[in-house]
Design a protein around this ligand. Structure first.
Ligand code: ZN
Length: 141
């Protein structure tokens, strides 16, 4: 395990519409069956399931994920299920998602300045979405 894992948190969106039921399994299947990875690439994600925002465990937090080229051995990956190129993520979703991100900051001693958009490392991508304001998320941290 590299000594600088994890020193960053990288935020993603799924680019798919949140179905309103559980999408997590479909994301996992895509990563395992299509990408050929051993497990889902993200460490944790959040999605709307019926009326509540639920968080789902991906890779265990001491394992290197597969979510950001060149940064996987330094970072934890968190995904907001939905397409935030089209609209901003709901405030409630940011508030709930921030609970795990804040926990990561405490557990692994990660400063606020080390929370990044995926697009910070892949300029050709909009992930976690053009309408996703990282500063809005950081208000909960
Ligand atoms: Zn991404």
């Amino acid at each position: 395990m590299p000594s600088d894992f994890p020193t960053k948190i990288i935020i993603h969106h799924s680019l798919t519409k949140d179905s309103g039921t559980v999408s997590w399994g479909a994301i996992r299947r895509w990563h395992v069956e299509h990408e050929g990875w051993e497990d889902i690439g993200y460490h944790t994600g959040i999605e709307l399931v019926y009326t509540e925002y639920e968080m789902f465990m991906g890779r265990v937090w001491d394992k290197i994920g597969a979510h950001t080229r060149g940064q996987n051995d330094k970072s934890l990956g968190f995904i907001f299920v939905g397409n935030y190129d089209l609209e901003p993520p709901p405030k409630k979703m940011l508030e709930v998602g921030a609970r795990v991100i804040a926990l990561w900051m405490r557990l692994f001693n990660i400063p606020r300045d080390n929370i990044y958009r995926h697009s910070d490392f892949a300029s050709y991508k909009s992930c976690p979405g053009t309408e996703f304001d990282l500063e809005e998320l950081k208000k909960w941290l």
